[in-house]
Structures are given as structure tokens and as C-alpha cells.
Design a protein around this ligand. Sequence first.
Ligand code: ATR
Length: 279
Amino acid sequence: MIRACVIGWPIAHSRSPLIHGYWLNQHGIEGRYERRPVAPQDLAQFLRTLAEHGFAGCNVTLPHKETACRLVAPADATTERLGAVNTVYLREGKTWGTNTDGEGFINSLRQSVPGIRLENARAVVLGAGGASLAVVNAIIEQGAAEVAVVNRTLEKAEQLRRRFGARVRPVAWDDAASQLGECRLLVNTTSLGMKGHDPLNLDLAKLDERAVVTDIVYTPLRTALLEEAARRGHVVVEGLGMLLHQAVRGFSLWFGVMPKVTPELHDLVARDIDPDFRR
Ligand code: ATR
């Protein structure tokens, strides 16, 4: 029996068990995927004793992503650059950490918009927090010419420029609309528009007509930003895709099978988020 888990504080609302449980069942693997609340003061001890707890690895979520990165061996250059891990696994007696948020974002985008090319393109990213970091890095890795990072606290957007270089253009929140004229991809990484949070007010009138619009918020499944963009004729990509795609590599590292993000999995998780979901 192979076991993995997701750790966070709190962890009760994580949908990862639903996703990995679906794949375990689909592939007939004798495994388990559990939720484990781990308080900040217990994180180091938990990661050190993963094997003794019988785990092949774990997902890591808030508030542990950065601390965990300092406690494990970064498995690749992207993880080192981000300084945050969401996936931990054991190999050859060592505890490794990697970050699958960026590939989750890109693979979700590619599944919905197969022809999308970001080489030499211009993107606009709203927000400069932890989620933005992985998204901005992924867009730059795809060869984008410029990523305008729009953030209420300008200093955090400037930090992203120091980290990723001159392709990042920090933009003040009030100037967001002025950035939309030439834009292949618009991404919301802020919590605005999430159920229980303030709405995201952004006038899309000047948005480049070719722009694909995506939101990493997935409660609701289709945010007001995506509703408005779709109404204006833009291709939109819902945030749930990133959640599903970021889970793929962890599953393969622990359970040895590369799983697929199927329409059936999508609908299972969509119904968990919104019982009224209909395809
Ligand atoms: P995460 O790790 O999920 O990205 P975070 O680090 O708390 O979470 O980042 C939240 C993002 O939403 C930030 O960009 C934040 O802007 P600030 O850096 O100025 O805090 C943004 N955000 C949250 N509430 C906001 C609001 N009312 N108006 C504008 N931006 C907001």
C-alpha cells in the first residue's frame, strides 16, 4: 500500500484527496491519499519523518510552501528560483521538493487553448503574491517578451522584477486598464472575485481582442472576470484546470503512473465546488 498526503494548516478544505482518490481508483492502484493537518512548528519534524509515517511523499499547501522549500532538497532549477514547493517525494534516501504550479497553469492553458503561443507575446498578470510568482515564472519560461505585473502594493511587483529581470514590468493597480491594449494573455492571481472576497473591478473595454483570459480562482468555477471576458468574445480558461493539472506530476512521482486530466475528473471536482455544475 503506497500512501501520500496533503499537508497544510488548516487543511480541511483541500480537494487534493478527491483528485488523487479518483486516479487511484481509475488505475486500480492499491494506495491512499490523505489530508494531514500539520502546524507550522511541526513541519520540519513531519518532513523529516515522512518515511516513518509510511508516506511516499506529500503535497504542501498554505502556509508551508516556502518553509518546506528550505527543509528539502530542491529537485530542479525552477523550484530553486521560486523558493516554494508544493510536491515532496522520497528518492534514494533523500527528501526532494518540486513545484508543479507553473506547469499546472501552462498545461491547463494548453488543454483549453491548444494553439496558444506565448513566445514573444505580452502578458498581463494581476497580483504579485505566491501564486503570481509561479505563474509569472511559467509565462517567462514560455518565452514571453514582457509580463506586466499589476499589483496594489507596487513594491511586490518590483520584487518580481528583481527576481525575474527586465521582462517583468511592475504596474500600479490603478493603471491596470492601460496595460490591456496589447495583451495575448490576461491572468488574475489575486483573491479578488473569490467567493467571500471583494469583487475584481477591471474595465475590459480596451482589452486586446485576441487576449485569452484566465483566472486562478476556481470558487466560483467561472468568476465575474471570466463571465465578462466571455461575454466580450474572449477565449476564457477557468481556474479549476490549474488545480487539476498541478496534481499530475505528484501522482506519478508517488504512485508510478502518469495520470490524465479527464472530463470525468473535471466534472467530479466541479460538482464538489458547485453542486449545480452542469457541463
Ligand atoms: P497567494 O499566495 O494566493 O497569491 P497572497 O500572497 O496573499 O496570496 O497574494 C494575494 C494577492 O492578491 C496579492 O497580489 C494582493 O495584493 P497586495 O500584494 O497588494 O496585498 C492581492 N489582493 C488581495 N486583496 C486585494 C484587494 N482588495 N485589492 C487589490 N489586490 C488585492
